[in-house]
Design a binder for this molecule. Structure first.
Ligand code: COA
Length: 201
């Protein structure tokens, strides 16, 4: 039976794979990328490295098939990535590593100029999360269970709020977050930002 458990370092490669298999607005992005590890290097790796205590996975017969990852302090995380994560990736993937119009090169662009969260978002929602489950384990209440684990942990730490960015095209995930009590904070054609306050008094 698929179930939720804490992340273990041996899950790393499987989680990079989950990221790729859900990287096209929630659908499989395998055909979009020449380098299968690129997306995971940006959206999974630094969270596992810096905050493994806030990482849970869906274990499906011993293989990690989904994850929730979190940075509890987005500004501190951005600064730590700038010091300890991006430099090595920038060496490995210099600008121009892939054809200019390729999706791989778009991600290389993010590595060299990572976007930062809006000030008004981090003030009220300092933590941020990423969640992805492969299709085999979707719709089984496991995504909800992963979010519950994380919100409990953040609440216990005294966090005042958590936000996330979701592709505006990913209607299903936006419905999921709204169902779990997240509000829409901002949106444009590409990205919708959602947030949930914690430790309300
Ligand atoms: C989006 C995703 C995380 C949801 O996880 P899941 O395990 O499929 O969802 P769950 O089964 O845990 O759903 C939890 C609750 O949300 C509800 N829900 C799920 N999707 C919903 C939707 N689109 N609209 C309204 N409610 C929804 C479920 O009915 C369930 O409600 P209940 O517990 O009250 O019965 C998962 O489908 C996924 O990883 N999709 C692909 C990758 C992705 O889009 N990631 C998000 C990127 S920001």
């Amino acid at each position: 039976m698929p179930h939720v458990r804490h992340y273990h370092p041996s899950d790393r490669d499987a989680l990079y794979d989950v990221c790729l298999r859900t990287g096209a607005d929630g659908d499989d992005a395998t055909d979009r990328y020449h380098d299968p590890r690129l997306l995971g290097s940006v959206f999974v790796g630094p969270y596992l490295e810096f905050h493994p205590d806030l990482a849970w996975v869906v274990d499906n017969d011993g293989t990690a098939a989904g994850y929730i990852l979190c940075a509890p302090d987005t500004r501190a995380f951005e600064a730590q990535c700038e010091r300890e994560w991006w430099p090595e990736l920038r060496r490995r993937y210099p600008l121009g590593s892939f054809p200019a119009t390729s999706t791989d090169e778009e991600v290389v662009g993010l590595i060299h100029a990572p976007p930062t969260a809006l000030p008004e978002t981090v003030t009220s929602f300092p933590a941020h999360l990423h969640i992805d489950l492969v299709p085999e384990v979707q719709g089984l209440h496991l995504g909800g269970a992963l979010v519950a684990k994380l919100l409990d942990a953040l609440t216990a730490r005294g966090s005042i709020g958590v936000h996330l960015g979701v592709s505006t095209a990913n209607i299903r995930a936006i419905g999921f977050y709204k169902h779990l009590g997240f509000d829409e904070l901002a949106h444009d054609d590409t990205t919708t930002t959602m947030g949930k306050r914690l430790n309300l008094t």
